[in-house]
Design a protein around this ligand. Structure first.
Ligand SMILES: C[S@@+](CC[C@H](N)C(=O)[O-])C[C@H]1O[C@@H](n2cnc3c(N)ncnc32)[C@H](O)[C@@H]1O
Length: 303
Protein backbone atom coordinates (compact mmCIF):
# COMPACT_ATOMS: atom_id res chain seq x y z
CA UNK A 1 0.00 0.00 0.00
CA UNK A 2 1.27 3.48 -0.78
CA UNK A 3 2.17 5.42 2.36
CA UNK A 4 1.69 9.20 2.33
CA UNK A 5 4.92 11.04 2.91
CA UNK A 6 4.66 13.23 5.94
CA UNK A 7 3.36 16.69 5.17
CA UNK A 8 2.37 15.91 1.57
CA UNK A 9 -1.10 16.77 0.39
CA UNK A 10 -2.55 13.76 -1.39
CA UNK A 11 -5.86 13.49 -3.22
CA UNK A 12 -7.89 10.48 -2.11
CA UNK A 13 -8.31 8.05 -5.02
CA UNK A 14 -12.09 7.84 -4.71
CA UNK A 15 -12.40 11.61 -4.71
CA UNK A 16 -10.37 11.79 -7.93
CA UNK A 17 -12.37 8.89 -9.40
CA UNK A 18 -15.65 10.69 -8.68
CA UNK A 19 -14.41 13.83 -10.43
CA UNK A 20 -13.21 11.80 -13.41
CA UNK A 21 -16.50 9.87 -13.54
CA UNK A 22 -18.44 13.14 -13.77
CA UNK A 23 -16.21 14.34 -16.58
CA UNK A 24 -16.45 11.06 -18.54
CA UNK A 25 -20.25 10.94 -18.03
CA UNK A 26 -20.58 14.45 -19.41
CA UNK A 27 -18.96 13.36 -22.69
CA UNK A 28 -21.45 10.47 -22.88
CA UNK A 29 -19.31 7.47 -21.91
CA UNK A 30 -21.63 4.78 -20.52
CA UNK A 31 -18.78 3.08 -18.62
CA UNK A 32 -17.54 6.32 -16.99
CA UNK A 33 -17.14 5.01 -13.42
CA UNK A 34 -15.48 1.74 -14.43
CA UNK A 35 -13.13 3.55 -16.81
CA UNK A 36 -12.18 6.09 -14.12
CA UNK A 37 -11.47 3.29 -11.63
CA UNK A 38 -9.40 1.31 -14.15
CA UNK A 39 -7.28 4.38 -14.93
CA UNK A 40 -6.83 5.25 -11.24
CA UNK A 41 -5.85 1.67 -10.40
CA UNK A 42 -3.39 1.68 -13.31
CA UNK A 43 -1.72 4.91 -12.19
CA UNK A 44 -1.53 3.80 -8.56
CA UNK A 45 -0.39 0.28 -9.49
CA UNK A 46 -3.06 -1.46 -7.43
CA UNK A 47 -5.97 -3.79 -8.31
CA UNK A 48 -9.22 -1.88 -8.92
CA UNK A 49 -10.82 -3.47 -5.85
CA UNK A 50 -8.18 -1.90 -3.56
CA UNK A 51 -8.68 1.72 -4.61
CA UNK A 52 -10.59 2.56 -1.44
CA UNK A 53 -7.71 1.23 0.66
CA UNK A 54 -4.75 3.12 -0.79
CA UNK A 55 -3.68 6.47 0.54
CA UNK A 56 -3.85 8.74 -2.44
CA UNK A 57 -2.34 10.41 -5.47
CA UNK A 58 0.78 12.51 -5.20
CA UNK A 59 0.62 15.66 -7.32
CA UNK A 60 2.64 13.92 -10.02
CA UNK A 61 0.40 10.85 -10.10
CA UNK A 62 -2.71 13.00 -10.10
CA UNK A 63 -1.42 14.88 -13.15
CA UNK A 64 -0.78 11.51 -14.85
CA UNK A 65 -4.31 10.36 -13.97
CA UNK A 66 -5.88 13.61 -15.22
CA UNK A 67 -4.00 13.29 -18.52
CA UNK A 68 -5.29 9.73 -19.03
CA UNK A 69 -8.84 10.79 -18.17
CA UNK A 70 -8.61 13.60 -20.73
CA UNK A 71 -7.46 11.10 -23.39
CA UNK A 72 -10.33 8.77 -22.46
CA UNK A 73 -12.76 11.69 -22.71
CA UNK A 74 -11.35 12.36 -26.21
CA UNK A 75 -12.25 8.79 -27.22
CA UNK A 76 -9.15 6.63 -26.69
CA UNK A 77 -10.14 3.15 -25.49
CA UNK A 78 -9.35 2.59 -21.84
CA UNK A 79 -7.57 -0.64 -22.82
CA UNK A 80 -5.16 1.32 -25.04
CA UNK A 81 -4.49 3.74 -22.20
CA UNK A 82 -3.54 1.00 -19.75
CA UNK A 83 -2.02 -1.24 -22.47
CA UNK A 84 -4.04 -4.35 -21.75
CA UNK A 85 -7.48 -5.95 -21.91
CA UNK A 86 -8.96 -8.67 -19.73
CA UNK A 87 -10.29 -11.77 -21.50
CA UNK A 88 -11.59 -14.65 -19.35
CA UNK A 89 -8.64 -15.45 -17.03
CA UNK A 90 -6.07 -13.56 -19.10
CA UNK A 91 -4.70 -10.03 -19.35
CA UNK A 92 -3.62 -9.43 -22.97
CA UNK A 93 -1.44 -6.66 -24.35
CA UNK A 94 -3.35 -4.41 -26.76
CA UNK A 95 -2.82 -1.07 -28.44
CA UNK A 96 -3.02 0.67 -31.80
CA UNK A 97 -3.18 -1.86 -34.67
CA UNK A 98 -5.01 -4.65 -32.88
CA UNK A 99 -8.68 -5.23 -32.09
CA UNK A 100 -9.53 -4.92 -28.39
CA UNK A 101 -11.15 -8.21 -27.27
CA UNK A 102 -14.76 -7.80 -26.14
CA UNK A 103 -16.74 -9.46 -23.33
CA UNK A 104 -19.23 -10.99 -25.79
CA UNK A 105 -16.42 -13.05 -27.34
CA UNK A 106 -15.75 -14.56 -23.91
CA UNK A 107 -19.10 -16.31 -24.28
CA UNK A 108 -18.12 -17.92 -27.58
CA UNK A 109 -14.77 -19.01 -26.10
CA UNK A 110 -16.53 -20.34 -23.00
CA UNK A 111 -19.03 -22.33 -25.08
CA UNK A 112 -16.13 -24.02 -26.88
CA UNK A 113 -13.93 -24.53 -23.81
CA UNK A 114 -16.65 -26.53 -22.06
CA UNK A 115 -16.80 -28.90 -25.07
CA UNK A 116 -13.15 -29.23 -26.11
CA UNK A 117 -11.35 -32.28 -24.71
CA UNK A 118 -7.77 -32.12 -23.41
CA UNK A 119 -5.22 -32.54 -26.20
CA UNK A 120 -7.63 -31.38 -28.93
CA UNK A 121 -6.52 -29.59 -32.07
CA UNK A 122 -8.12 -26.13 -32.22
CA UNK A 123 -7.95 -23.46 -34.92
CA UNK A 124 -8.76 -19.80 -34.19
CA UNK A 125 -9.45 -18.09 -37.51
CA UNK A 126 -8.93 -14.28 -37.16
CA UNK A 127 -6.60 -14.32 -34.14
CA UNK A 128 -6.21 -10.58 -33.39
CA UNK A 129 -4.63 -10.23 -29.94
CA UNK A 130 -4.93 -14.01 -29.53
CA UNK A 131 -7.88 -13.76 -27.15
CA UNK A 132 -9.74 -16.92 -28.19
CA UNK A 133 -6.68 -19.02 -28.99
CA UNK A 134 -4.89 -18.11 -25.77
CA UNK A 135 -7.99 -18.65 -23.63
CA UNK A 136 -8.28 -22.16 -25.06
CA UNK A 137 -4.57 -22.82 -24.43
CA UNK A 138 -5.01 -21.51 -20.88
CA UNK A 139 -8.09 -23.55 -20.04
CA UNK A 140 -7.86 -26.77 -22.07
CA UNK A 141 -4.91 -28.92 -20.94
CA UNK A 142 -2.55 -29.87 -23.75
CA UNK A 143 -4.62 -28.31 -26.55
CA UNK A 144 -2.75 -27.88 -29.83
CA UNK A 145 -3.87 -24.38 -30.85
CA UNK A 146 -3.31 -22.50 -34.12
CA UNK A 147 -4.22 -18.81 -34.52
CA UNK A 148 -4.44 -17.40 -38.07
CA UNK A 149 -4.08 -13.65 -38.60
CA UNK A 150 -3.27 -11.63 -41.69
CA UNK A 151 -2.91 -7.99 -40.54
CA UNK A 152 0.75 -6.91 -40.28
CA UNK A 153 -0.18 -4.48 -37.49
CA UNK A 154 -1.97 -7.13 -35.41
CA UNK A 155 0.60 -9.94 -35.75
CA UNK A 156 3.20 -8.42 -33.36
CA UNK A 157 0.52 -8.15 -30.64
CA UNK A 158 -0.54 -11.74 -31.25
CA UNK A 159 3.05 -13.00 -31.10
CA UNK A 160 3.81 -10.93 -28.00
CA UNK A 161 0.76 -12.29 -26.13
CA UNK A 162 1.51 -15.83 -27.29
CA UNK A 163 5.08 -15.57 -25.99
CA UNK A 164 3.94 -14.06 -22.71
CA UNK A 165 1.40 -16.83 -22.06
CA UNK A 166 3.94 -19.52 -22.97
CA UNK A 167 6.37 -17.94 -20.48
CA UNK A 168 3.57 -18.02 -17.90
CA UNK A 169 3.32 -21.79 -18.40
CA UNK A 170 0.43 -22.24 -20.85
CA UNK A 171 0.85 -24.66 -23.76
CA UNK A 172 2.45 -22.55 -26.53
CA UNK A 173 0.11 -21.69 -29.42
CA UNK A 174 1.16 -21.56 -33.08
CA UNK A 175 0.76 -18.23 -34.84
CA UNK A 176 0.07 -18.56 -38.56
CA UNK A 177 0.37 -15.52 -40.82
CA UNK A 178 -2.27 -15.93 -43.51
CA UNK A 179 -5.69 -15.22 -44.94
CA UNK A 180 -8.46 -17.25 -43.30
CA UNK A 181 -10.39 -17.31 -46.58
CA UNK A 182 -7.49 -19.04 -48.37
CA UNK A 183 -8.13 -22.82 -48.61
CA UNK A 184 -4.35 -23.40 -48.64
CA UNK A 185 -3.93 -22.02 -45.10
CA UNK A 186 -3.60 -24.96 -42.67
CA UNK A 187 -4.78 -27.27 -45.49
CA UNK A 188 -2.51 -29.97 -44.04
CA UNK A 189 -5.03 -30.18 -41.16
CA UNK A 190 -8.12 -30.57 -43.33
CA UNK A 191 -10.46 -33.15 -41.83
CA UNK A 192 -8.44 -33.42 -38.57
CA UNK A 193 -9.36 -30.38 -36.47
CA UNK A 194 -11.53 -30.80 -33.36
CA UNK A 195 -12.72 -27.20 -33.07
CA UNK A 196 -12.71 -24.15 -35.35
CA UNK A 197 -13.46 -20.87 -33.58
CA UNK A 198 -13.76 -17.48 -35.22
CA UNK A 199 -14.50 -13.89 -34.33
CA UNK A 200 -14.22 -12.34 -37.79
CA UNK A 201 -14.87 -8.80 -38.94
CA UNK A 202 -18.65 -8.71 -39.44
CA UNK A 203 -20.10 -5.20 -39.44
CA UNK A 204 -21.77 -4.32 -42.77
CA UNK A 205 -19.95 -1.48 -44.55
CA UNK A 206 -21.66 1.82 -43.97
CA UNK A 207 -23.16 0.89 -40.60
CA UNK A 208 -22.33 3.55 -38.00
CA UNK A 209 -20.17 2.25 -35.15
CA UNK A 210 -19.28 4.02 -31.87
CA UNK A 211 -16.49 6.60 -32.17
CA UNK A 212 -13.95 4.54 -30.20
CA UNK A 213 -14.49 1.60 -32.57
CA UNK A 214 -14.37 3.79 -35.69
CA UNK A 215 -11.27 5.67 -34.55
CA UNK A 216 -9.28 2.99 -32.75
CA UNK A 217 -10.16 -0.55 -33.88
CA UNK A 218 -8.56 -1.51 -37.23
CA UNK A 219 -11.11 -1.27 -40.08
CA UNK A 220 -10.22 -4.76 -41.32
CA UNK A 221 -11.10 -6.12 -37.88
CA UNK A 222 -14.55 -4.56 -37.91
CA UNK A 223 -16.07 -4.27 -41.40
CA UNK A 224 -16.68 -7.12 -43.85
CA UNK A 225 -18.18 -6.02 -47.14
CA UNK A 226 -21.59 -4.63 -47.99
CA UNK A 227 -23.52 -7.24 -45.98
CA UNK A 228 -20.97 -7.96 -43.23
CA UNK A 229 -20.65 -11.58 -44.39
CA UNK A 230 -17.61 -11.27 -46.66
CA UNK A 231 -15.37 -13.17 -44.22
CA UNK A 232 -18.02 -15.37 -42.56
CA UNK A 233 -19.06 -17.02 -45.87
CA UNK A 234 -15.57 -18.34 -46.77
CA UNK A 235 -14.85 -19.11 -43.10
CA UNK A 236 -17.83 -21.49 -43.02
CA UNK A 237 -16.36 -23.32 -46.02
CA UNK A 238 -12.92 -23.44 -44.35
CA UNK A 239 -14.43 -24.74 -41.11
CA UNK A 240 -16.25 -27.49 -43.01
CA UNK A 241 -12.98 -28.50 -44.64
CA UNK A 242 -10.79 -28.28 -41.52
CA UNK A 243 -13.07 -30.07 -39.06
CA UNK A 244 -13.11 -33.79 -38.47
CA UNK A 245 -16.56 -35.42 -38.40
CA UNK A 246 -18.07 -34.46 -35.03
CA UNK A 247 -15.78 -31.42 -34.69
CA UNK A 248 -17.32 -28.17 -33.46
CA UNK A 249 -17.53 -24.70 -34.98
CA UNK A 250 -18.41 -21.33 -33.45
CA UNK A 251 -18.50 -18.01 -35.26
CA UNK A 252 -19.38 -14.58 -33.90
CA UNK A 253 -21.59 -12.35 -36.05
CA UNK A 254 -23.43 -9.04 -36.24
CA UNK A 255 -26.57 -8.87 -34.10
CA UNK A 256 -28.63 -8.50 -37.27
CA UNK A 257 -27.38 -11.91 -38.51
CA UNK A 258 -28.96 -14.26 -35.96
CA UNK A 259 -31.01 -15.88 -38.73
CA UNK A 260 -28.64 -15.39 -41.67
CA UNK A 261 -25.55 -17.15 -40.29
CA UNK A 262 -27.43 -20.31 -39.18
CA UNK A 263 -29.05 -20.31 -42.65
CA UNK A 264 -25.59 -20.15 -44.27
CA UNK A 265 -24.48 -23.09 -42.10
CA UNK A 266 -27.55 -25.12 -43.14
CA UNK A 267 -27.01 -24.19 -46.79
CA UNK A 268 -23.38 -25.34 -46.61
CA UNK A 269 -24.65 -28.84 -45.94
CA UNK A 270 -21.75 -30.03 -43.76
CA UNK A 271 -23.12 -29.06 -40.34
CA UNK A 272 -25.67 -30.27 -37.86
CA UNK A 273 -26.75 -29.11 -34.34
CA UNK A 274 -26.89 -25.56 -35.73
CA UNK A 275 -27.82 -23.00 -33.08
CA UNK A 276 -27.54 -19.29 -32.50
CA UNK A 277 -26.71 -17.73 -29.11
CA UNK A 278 -27.37 -14.35 -27.50
CA UNK A 279 -24.83 -12.12 -25.77
CA UNK A 280 -25.23 -10.63 -22.29
CA UNK A 281 -27.29 -7.78 -23.74
CA UNK A 282 -29.71 -10.28 -25.29
CA UNK A 283 -28.55 -9.72 -28.88
CA UNK A 284 -27.93 -12.63 -31.28
CA UNK A 285 -24.15 -12.87 -31.25
CA UNK A 286 -22.67 -16.21 -32.29
CA UNK A 287 -23.63 -19.35 -34.16
CA UNK A 288 -22.44 -22.85 -33.33
CA UNK A 289 -22.58 -26.13 -35.21
CA UNK A 290 -21.11 -29.63 -35.39
CA UNK A 291 -19.42 -31.04 -38.50
CA UNK A 292 -21.54 -33.88 -39.82
CA UNK A 293 -20.17 -37.35 -39.42
CA UNK A 294 -20.23 -38.50 -43.01
CA UNK A 295 -20.68 -37.18 -46.51
CA UNK A 296 -24.34 -37.45 -47.39
CA UNK A 297 -25.45 -38.17 -43.84
CA UNK A 298 -25.76 -34.51 -42.91
CA UNK A 299 -28.92 -33.96 -44.93
CA UNK A 300 -30.58 -37.06 -43.53
CA UNK A 301 -29.67 -36.02 -39.96
CA UNK A 302 -31.16 -32.55 -40.31
CA UNK A 303 -34.48 -33.57 -41.85
C1 LIG B 1 -12.94 -8.88 -34.78
S1 LIG B 1 -11.20 -9.12 -34.74
C2 LIG B 1 -11.14 -10.50 -33.62
C3 LIG B 1 -9.82 -10.68 -32.95
C4 LIG B 1 -9.83 -11.70 -31.81
N1 LIG B 1 -10.13 -13.04 -32.29
C5 LIG B 1 -10.84 -11.31 -30.75
O1 LIG B 1 -11.87 -11.96 -30.62
O2 LIG B 1 -10.59 -10.32 -30.05
C6 LIG B 1 -10.94 -9.87 -36.35
C7 LIG B 1 -9.47 -10.13 -36.68
O3 LIG B 1 -9.43 -10.80 -37.94
C8 LIG B 1 -8.38 -10.29 -38.75
N2 LIG B 1 -8.76 -10.56 -40.14
C9 LIG B 1 -9.71 -9.95 -40.89
N3 LIG B 1 -9.82 -10.52 -42.09
C10 LIG B 1 -8.92 -11.54 -42.10
C11 LIG B 1 -8.57 -12.52 -43.08
N4 LIG B 1 -9.17 -12.58 -44.27
N5 LIG B 1 -7.60 -13.40 -42.76
C12 LIG B 1 -6.98 -13.37 -41.56
N6 LIG B 1 -7.29 -12.47 -40.58
C13 LIG B 1 -8.25 -11.57 -40.87
C14 LIG B 1 -8.32 -8.83 -38.37
O4 LIG B 1 -7.04 -8.30 -38.66
C15 LIG B 1 -8.61 -8.91 -36.87
O5 LIG B 1 -7.42 -9.06 -36.14
Amino acid sequence: MEQPAEGTDRTRPLQAVTGATNLLSRVGLPSARVDAEILAAHVLGVPRGRLALVDGFTGERLAEFDALVARRAAGEPVQHLVGSAGFRHLELAVGPGVFVPRPETELLAGWAITLISPGSTVVDLCGGSGAIALAVANEVPGALVYAVERAPAALPWLRRNAEERARAGDTPIHVVEGDVTDPAVLAEFDGRVDAVLCNPPYVPAGVAVPADVADHDPRDAVFAGEDGLAVIRPVIARAAALLRPGGIFAVEHDDSHGMVVPALLRADGHFTDIEDHRDLAGRWRYATATRTRGVGSEHRRER
